[in-house]
Design a protein around this ligand. Structure first.
Ligand SMILES: [Zn+2]
Length: 655
C-alpha cells in the first residue's frame, strides 16, 4: 500500500517545469458562498440532488453492488461499462458539498462507498468492475470501453475528497490505479488511446496535489498518443469513427472541433492543463484555434454545444437546430471547466464571459428547481415533447451538474502574486494571501437580477494590490466574441465604478476594470452595471434563426413558455422595436425576473388557411427555469414578422 504521506514526501512539491499560468484560481475550499441566487441551489444539491444520486447509484441500480461483487470475485456485473464512473462522480460531488454543508451521515455514506471501492481494487492496482466481473483477460484491449475514463473520475473524486476531508483511503486507491496505468502503457512503451477523454485532466489534478511528475508525464503521454492511428476499438472498427473521439489528427494539429462534445471538452481541458505546466506551444495554439471554432461557429446562444444527438456532438459549422439541439448537460459542464483553464492561461475575460453564459443557461438548465429531476439534452425550443427525468440509463449528467454547482466556489476568484480577479458576481467571502498579507474579499450582490455589485477589500494591513473586476461582454455591446450572435443595439452600456463612494481610477485590461491602489481595511468598491433587456440576432448563416430574435438580460437568455402565455409558445412574434418591462416575481419559479411586452400573437383564421395577429401581453422567463411546471411548448428564438412563420396546413399548427 502506498501512503499519501510518503508519496508527497518522496515526490517533493517542486515541479519539473515552470508553470506558465499567470493566474491561480482561489479554491472552493477557501470560498464561502452566501448568495441569494446560488446558495439555495447549492443547498438543493446537498438535500435533493445527492440523495437522488445515492438512491439511484446504490439502491435502484446495482452500481455499488458491482464493487461488492468485484471484491468477492463473484457474481455478475450488471449495467454498462462506464457505470463505475457514476459512483466516482457522486463521491466527488459529495466531497465539494461537504465543504459547504458538513453532514456526518453523508460523509459516512461516502466512507462506506470508499471502503467498497478500495476492497474491489486488484493487487496490481487495476480497478474496473466491468472487466473484473466479466473477463479480466480482455482488460485494456478496447479503447472504447472507458477504463481510463472511469479511472479519471476516480482520481478526481479522490483529490476532491482528500481536499475536503483530509482522508487518504480513496486517494491511495487512485494513486495505485494511476501507477498501474503508467506502468502498463507509458513505462512499457505501449501505444494506447483513451476512447473517452477525462483521465488527462484528472492526472493533472493528481500531479498538482502530489507534486509527482509521473502523472504530468502520463497526462502528456495520453495527449501525444492521439491522431497517429494507435487507437483501436473492436466496437468501432471504421477508421472514420476516430473523429468521434478526437483521434483523427494529433492534438497539436487540430483545426476543427469534431466528434463527441463531452469527450472534446474534457480533452481540451486536459490539454490546457498540461500546456499550463509545460508551456507546449503546440497545445496552446491548438486550444485557442478550437475555442474560436466553437465560439465563432458552433455554439448555441445559451452556451450549449453539440447540436446532434446522432454523435452526441458536432456536425458542420453553423448547424444549430433549436428543437433538435442536443446540448448535453455534461458538455456544458465541460465548457465551464475548459473556459476556466483558458482564462487562467491568458488572463482574458472573454473566456469567463463564455463560462458565465454556459453556467447560467445551458448548464443550470440541466437541474430542476426541485433538485431531483434532470435534462440530458437542453434544446432551445420544444413543442411539448421534452420533460425532465429522475434518472437516465446512461446517467452521466445528474452527478455532473451536482459536482459543478457544489464546486461553484472554484470559479469566482483568481489571484496572482499581486492581484485579485473577480470573475463571477456571486455573494461570497474569501480570505487569501497576497504579498504575505491576508486579504479578505467580500461580495454582496443581487446578480443576475440586477447589476449592482459591492466588493469590500480588507487587507490585514495597508497594502498595494490590483483588483481586476470583469466587465461582462454583454455590458460592452456584444453577447459573445465574434459575430455568431450580436445585439440589435450594440452600444456599450455605461457602467460606474466607485471606491468608497468616489469615482474610481481604473483602466481596462483584457476585459477587466483594473483598480491599482493602496488598500485599507474596509475599502468598498461598487460596480453598477445597468441591465436593460437586449435583443439578440444570429449570424445569417445560422439557418434556423434567420429573421428571428432572442431576449437576453444580463447574463440570462430568456424564453417564452406555454404556461405563461395563453397555452401557446409557437404563435408569438417579436418585432425589433418592442418595448419591454421587467420585474422580480417572488412567487414564480422560485423567484425570477420576468420580462413582459405587448406582442403580436398569431391566430389561425376561421377558414383554417390563413393567419392573422392580435396584440397580447407576453411574458418571458429565464431559459434555465423552463419545464419546471408541465411539459409544454417553449421557444428561445422568436420570429420577427408573420412572413417568417409558416402554417402547417395538415395540422393547422404553427409552424
Ligand atoms: Zn451527460
Amino acid at each position: 500500500m502506498i501512503s499519501i504521506a510518503s508519496g508527497l514526501l518522496s515526490a517533493g512539491i517542486s515541479h519539473a517545469q515552470q508553470p506558465i499560468n499567470k493566474l491561480e484560481p482561489i479554491s472552493f475550499a477557501k470560498v464561502q458562498i452566501d448568495d441569494s441566487f446560488w446558495k439555495p441551489r447549492i443547498d438543493k444539491v446537498a438535500t435533493a440532488t445527492l440523495p437522488a444520486c445515492i438512491n439511484y447509484t446504490e439502491f435502484k441500480t446495482p452500481r455499488i453492488r458491482n464493487f461488492e461483487n468485484a471484491a468477492k470475485k463473484k457474481g455478475p456485473h450488471v449495467g454498462i461499462y462506464y457505470d463505475d464512473s457514476d459512483v466516482y462522480k457522486a463521491l466527488e460531488a459529495i466531497a465539494y458539498s461537504l465543504r459547504n454543508h458538513p453532514d456526518s451521515a453523508l460523509e459516512k455514506k461516502a466512507d462506506e462507498w470508499i471502503d467498497k471501492v478500495a476492497a474491489a481494487q486488484m493487487p496490481d492496482g487495476y480497478l474496473d468492475t466491468y472487466f473484473q466481473l466479466r473477463d479480466i483477460s480482455k482488460r485494456w484491449t478496447d479503447m472504447e470501453k472507458h477504463e481510463d475514463y472511469n479511472a479519471g473520475h476516480l482520481i478526481e473524486a479522490a483529490v476532491a475528497y482528500y481536499n475536503t476531508t483530509g482522508k487518504t483511503k480513496l486517494l491511495n486507491v487512485a494513486i495505485r490505479l494511476a501507477n498501474h496505468i503508467d506502468s502498463t502503457f507509458r513505462l512499457s512503451g505501449r501505444h494506447w488511446v483513451s476512447g473517452h477523454e477525462e483521465i488527462e485532466l484528472a492526472l493533472m489534478k493528481l500531479y498538482h496535489l502530489t507534486g509527482n511528475d509521473r502523472y504530468l508525464k502520463l497526462a502528456d503521454y495520453y495527449l501525444n498518443q492521439r491522431g497517429h492511428g494507435y487507437g483501436y476499438s473492436p466496437s468501432w472498427p471504421d477508421p472514420k469513427s476516430h473523429e468521434y473521439y478526437q483521434d483523427d489528427v494529433p492534438v497539436r494539429d487540430a483545426e476543427k472541433i469534431k466528434g463527441h462534445a463531452v469527450r472534446a471538452m474534457y480533452l481540451y481541458t486536459g490539454t490546457a492543463d498540461v500546456a499550463a505546466v509545460t508551456g507546449d506551444t503546440g497545445y496552446l495554439n491548438a486550444v485557442q484555434r478550437i475555442w474560436y471554432d466553437i465560439v465563432y461557429r458552433n455554439m448555441y446562444l445559451t452556451g450549449g454545444i453539440g447540436s446532434s444527438g446522432a454523435n452526441e456532438g458536432f456536425t458542420v459549422d453553423y448547424d444549430l437546430p433549436n428543437v433538435d439541439a442536443y446540448c448535453e448537460t455534461c458538455a456544458s459542464v465541460g465548457m465551464v471547466l475548459w473556459n476556466q483553464r483558458m482564462n487562467l492561461l491568458t488572463g482574458e475575460s472573454k473566456y469567463i464571459d463564455i463560462l458565465e453564459r454556459t453556467l447560467y443557461n445551458a448548464a443550470l438548465d440541466g437541474l430542476s428547481l426541485s433538485g431531483d429531476h434532470f435534462f440530458y439534452g437542453n434544446p432551445l425550443a420544444s413543442t411539448g415533447q421534452y420533460q425532465r427525468s429522475e434518472w437516465f440509463g446512461t446517467a452521466c449528467c445528474p452527478a455532473n451538474i451536482a459536482r459543478l454547482v457544489a464546486s461553484l466556489g472554484n470559479y469566482i476568484y483568481n489571484q496572482s502574486k499581486d492581484g485579485i480577479w473577480v470573475n463571477l458576481f456571486i455573494g461570497s467571502k474569501t480570505i487569501t494571501s497576497i504579498n504575505q498579507s491576508a486579504v479578505t474579499i467580500e461580495q454582496h450582490t443581487n446578480y443576475p437580477w440586477d447589476g449592482e455589485v459591492n466588493i469590500s477589500v480588507s487587507p490585514e494591513k495597508k497594502s498595494n494590490l490590483s483588483l481586476h473586476i470583469r466587465i461582462p461582454g454583454w455590458a460592452q455591446g456584444h453577447p459573445v466574441p465574434g459575430d455568431l450572435y450580436y445585439f440589435r443595439s450594440s452600444n456599450a452600456i455605461p457602467f460606474t465604478l466607485t471606491v468608497n463612494g468616489k469615482e474610481a481610477a481604473y483602466h481596462i485590461e483584457k476585459g477587466y476594470a483594473v483598480i491599482d491602489r493602496g488598500w485599507r481595511k474596509g475599502d468598498l468598491v461598487q460596480l453598477k452595471l445597468p441591465m436593460p433587456v437586449q435583443l439578440v440576432a444570429a449570424n445569417a448563416t445560422v439557418k434556423e434563426d434567420v429573421n428571428r430574435l432572442a431576449i437576453q438580460r444580463g447574463p440570462l437568455i430568456y424564453c417564452v413558455e406555454e404556461a405563461d402565455n395563453h397555452g401557446q409558445a409557437w404563435n408569438i412574434l417579436l418585432p425589433e422595436n418592442t418595448v419591454f418591462s421587467n420585474s422580480y416575481q417572488k412567487e414564480i419559479l422560485g423567484g425570477v425576473v420576468t420580462i413582459s411586452a405587448s406582442l403580436p400573437v398569431i391566430n389561425v383564421a376561421a377558414d383554417g388557411l390563413s393567419l392573422n395577429t392580435e396584440k397580447k401581453t407576453v411574458t418571458a422567463i429565464p431559459y434555465y427555469v423552463w419545464c419546471n411546471r408541465d411539459a409544454g411548448g417553449m421557444q428561445v428564438w422568436l420570429p420577427m414578422t408573420i412572413k417568417d412563420v409558416k402554417l402547417n396546413y395538415d395540422t393547422k399548427c404553427i409552424p
